[in-house]
Structures are given as structure tokens and as C-alpha cells.
Design a protein around this ligand. Structure first.
Ligand SMILES: Nc1ncnc2c1ncn2[C@@H]1O[C@H](COP(=O)(O)OP(=O)(O)O)[C@@H](O)[C@H]1O
Ligand SMILES: [Mg+2]
Length: 273
């Protein structure tokens, strides 16, 4: 069968929510994402981990169809992110690193805006808004400007906006950065509940306790995937590792050939008279 002749819905029965094959992104002579490949089964919570500047957001932008790969391919629910961008965008919800809210719009208006982008009818929109407001614990705050909400509320509103078109895949780029521990806990309870309902989740985080509660994780460093497994297997496979943070630090040291600890010089002026 000619692949190009397949109907647009052929992706609905695929096993993997995300398939990335030799994906590369170059900016001029700099390679931000360097020949990465992985497959994420449907329903998984996938933690995409790596230091700042390692290529996480660039990969995500390619998966969302907003940035063209230099080479390689990626499929979301069986759909090519370059050739079938519109279908891909309908099937995923994206929460960017900056929460992607309109600060001068109210809670209600932000949800309306995203519902409008996806062309939802008034009836569907109102029903979903009601559910999302409850999920995000935002009852009574509908008329507040998004810009006046504190971190946890903003974060849950942004999550609500990313969910309003009922995506099969949710992509969350550092959703808990700068958010207090209570909001972080509530947020992750929501993530696990969404996963139980069958939604696949790709999440980037620097919090290793969050990473340990993922089903699968990848470590990315300088644009390359340096490990990909379940958190349990990664911890068991690294001698002396007590947790995922230990594994991550060890892997960074192995790949760069440099120690992470003790790499700073103590200040001399503190002792000056
Ligand atoms: N549009 C761009 N033009 C040039 N360089 C970029 C661009 N976007 C990202 N980069 C660079 O690519 C690297 C990876 O960035 P990014 O994917 O944002 O990393 P992460 O999300 O892991 O912190 C960084 O060195 C960043 O400066
Ligand atoms: Mg980033």
C-alpha cells in the first residue's frame, strides 16, 4: 500500500503516541538537537530531562509543528509533524515554558480564546470550561485577570487551556518551574489522573522527584539522548545510585568526562580584612 494514499485517520490505531526518528535541528552551524530517536507508547507519562540548553524545547517545538526539523522525522499519533501539521496540532495540547496565557484577559476569556482557536461550538466550549474550571480549582476566579493569579493558579489555567480541545497527547514544557510545593503536588495528581484517562504526556522538568514518577524518561545532553528507560531500571542499573538525580549526574560526568561536584573555586575576598 502506498503510504501517501493512506487516509488521514490511519494514525488512530498506532501503538506509539510519539515516534522520533533521527530528528535533528541546526541553527546555522550549531546543532541544537542532534540525531535523536525514541518511541513513546500511548498512555505513557514520558519525562524529558536535561540541563538548560540541552535541546528539550527545540525538540518540543518540532513535535508541535512550529519548527521544521533540519533532518529526520517525527510522528504524533502516527501523523507526520511536517506533512500533517494540522492533524498533529488537533491531537496535541501544548503548555509552553512561559505558560502561554494572555495576562490581560480573564480566566474565562483565556479559555474562550483557546476554544476559539480550535473552533469549538458554544455548547461544547461551555461544558468543557465548566469541567476545566473544576479540575483547576478555579471556581469563583472566572472573572479575574490571568496576570493577577499566583503561580499555581496560572499553571492550572494554562493546563486547562491546553486541554480544552481534548487532545490525546499533552506536551508540558517545565510546567512546575517556580511553582510552590503544594501546587506542584496538586498539578502532578492531575497529570496522573489524565494519564489514567488515557492521555499521553510528555513533560520536561528539573525536579527529579517528578521525573521518578514518570513511566519512561530520557536524558538529553548537548542535543543527544544519553539514556532512555524506566526510572526504576535507570536507578537499578547505576551502581551506588540512590535516586534518579544520582543517575543523571553520573551520566553527565561520564559523557562530558568532567566531574560535576567541586567544580567551583572558593571566594578569596571573604577572608580579606
Ligand atoms: N531559534 C534559535 N536560534 C538559535 N539558537 C537557538 C534557537 N533556539 C534555541 N537555540 C539554542 O539551542 C540550544 C537548545 O535550546 P533549548 O531547546 O531551548 O534547550 P532547553 O529547552 O533544553 O533548555 C540552546 O543552546 C539555545 O540557545
Ligand atoms: Mg526549554
Amino acid at each position: 500500500m502506498n503510504v501517501d494514499a493512506k487516509p488521514a485517520v490511519y494514525g488512530t490505531n498506532v501503538q506509539y503516541a510519539i515516534e522520533v526518528d533521527h530528528l535533528t535541528k541546526r541553527f546555522g552551524t550549531f546543532t541544537a538537537v542532534d540525531d535523536i530517536s525514541f518511541q513513546i507508547p500511548k498512555g505513557c507519562i514520558f519525562g524529558f530531562l536535561g540541563p538548560n540548553g540541552s535541546g528539550k524545547s527545540t525538540t518540543i517545538r518540532m513535535l508541535c509543528g512550529v519548527l521544521h526539523p533540519s533532518s529526520g522525522i517525527a510522528h504524533i499519533m502516527g501523523h507526520d509533524v511536517v506533512k500533517e501539521t494540522e492533524i498533529v496540532r488537533q491531537s496535541l495540547g501544548y503548555m509552553s515554558q512561559r505558560f502561554s496565557l494572555y495576562e490581560d484577559l480573564t480566566v474565562d476569556e483565556n479559555l474562550d480564546f483557546y476554544a476559539g482557536v480550535y473552533g469549538l461550538s458554544k455548547e461544547v466550549r461551555n461544558r468543557r470550561k465548566e469541567d476545566l474550571i473544576l479540575m483547576a480549582n478555579l471556581e469563583g476566579k472566572e472573572k479575574k485577570l490571568a496576570g493577577t493569579l499566583s503561580g499555581g493558579w496560572k499553571q492550572r489555567l494554562a493546563l486547562g487551556c491546553a486541554l480544552i480541545h481534548k487532545p490525546e497527547l499533552l506536551i508540558l514544557d517545565e510546567p512546575t518551574a517556580g511553582v510552590d510545593p503544594v501546587s506542584r503536588r496538586v498539578f502532578w495528581e492531575i497529570i496522573h489522573a489524565l494519564s489514567r484517562q488515557g492521555i499521553t504526556i510528555l513533560v520536561t522538568t528539573h525536579y527529579m522527584d517528578e521525573a521518578e514518577s514518570c513511566d519512561l524518561v530520557s536524558f538529553i545532553l548537548d542535543g543527544r539522548i544519553i539514556d532512555h528507560d524506566t526510572p526504576q531500571n535507570l536507578i537499578a542499573g547505576e551502581a551506588g545510585a540512590r535516586n534518579l538525580e544520582d543517575v543523571f549526574i553520573h551520566r553527565v560526568e561520564q559523557v562530558t568526562g568532567r566531574a560535576v561536584s567541586g567544580t567551583f573555586k572558593e571566594m578569596r575576598f571573604i577572608h580579606e580584612k
